[in-house]
Write a protein that binds this ligand. Sequence first.
Ligand SMILES: Cc1cc2nc3c(=O)[nH]c(=O)nc-3n(C[C@H](O)[C@H](O)[C@H](O)COP(=O)(O)O)c2cc1C
Length: 397
Amino acid sequence: MAAQTQTQIQVQTNCNEPEYLDDLLCSGEELEQKQESCLVSPVRCLTGESRVESAWAHWAKLGRPKFIVAPMVDNSELPFRMLCRKYGAQAAYTPMLHSRIFTETEKYRKEEFTTCKEDRPLFVQFCANDPDILLEAARKVERYCDYVDINLGCPQRIARRGNYGAFLMDKLPLVKHLVEKLALNLQVPVSCKIRIFPNLEDTIRYARMLEEAGCSLLAVHGRTRDEKDGKKFRADWKAIRAVKNAVKIPVLANGNIRHMEDVHDCLEETGVEGVLSAETLLENPALFAGFRTPEWVAESEVGIIDGRLDQADLLVEYLKLCENYPVPWRMIRSHVHKLLGDWFSLHPYIREDLNKQSRLTFEFLYELVDRLRDTGTRIPLYLNDTQTGVAANSSTS
Ligand SMILES: Cc1cc2nc3c(=O)[nH]c(=O)nc-3n(C[C@H](O)[C@H](O)[C@H](O)COP(=O)(O)O)c2cc1C
């Protein structure tokens, strides 16, 4: 496998300049990233079994990651991915990137896609409805990632209007074309993230079609396009298991992951290679190191101990990462709300002060954490005492 030196990604902005708007990047540093690429052999000449073998070889080369940060618009950006990796995540998706805007706008590319040498394995996710545009976008990132992923699961109105995400479930020939285009022309494998159909047979046909078209890894969110509210609808692990049994490529499960017990149950019940978590990680980026929020600790549970880590600690770690890896302030703002939501419920006036700031600074945010601590508030994250080893490893890595 030939090692290749990468082109540089540069990010230049300055959050201390007052004229900058809140959604510009948060630091003035120029980020230079040089990394060895880890390109695999193109799958273009492979068919059938050898393509499946190649999919598994790639997965094995990445270390068979089991604990994975799901794609999240404005939320699975570089510093957040790095925080989750420190606490046990073994791979991560970028937020969904819009393939057409990515090809057309340099500012969008620089602000919305940043990475670094340690940010691997990495899935870069695009939404698309034009195979040529998707390929053009994918070519710009393939050296920096381990999969180019197609978003086939977004159920939001914006996806309906834009004709992408889960609305492509009505246009399967186009989906096939998108996957084939990447599989035949990229150096890295293509993965897809899907939702299930209401009918299991349709879901299985869909998964097999994707595999046939050249998809090397399939992440299955076990909810239908209409089951938008993750809190209201349980993900269907049985459907995920059926997909796993119907295809030969690696499969990941998504949905219903609140703590490590769910992770283990999901792996066992579905038989998949790994799990994705989204909403829970936003509140608790240390999930994969065994930490859980008080919400998921039953009073009667034995062996649960104070993990000596809390969401304010994690926010401070996140902010430090943001100082190193600049991202738009709107992403930082979103993480502050998600991480400190329970703390703000106890002290709503501190949340109001945050909301009043049209422009944020790191100084303001560190002070905000100090103010919360000065109230005497402490909401610990808990560990199952059999998992303390995992946590210790993650916090020293
Ligand atoms: C804030 C947020 C942003 C999301 N953005 C994306 C996205 O960009 N691409 C995608 O495929 N799914 C996206 N999702 C969906 C998640 O990846 C995941 O499929 C869904 O939340 C179910 O997982 P969970 O039960 O662990 O939350 C997003 C979810 C959240 C909460």
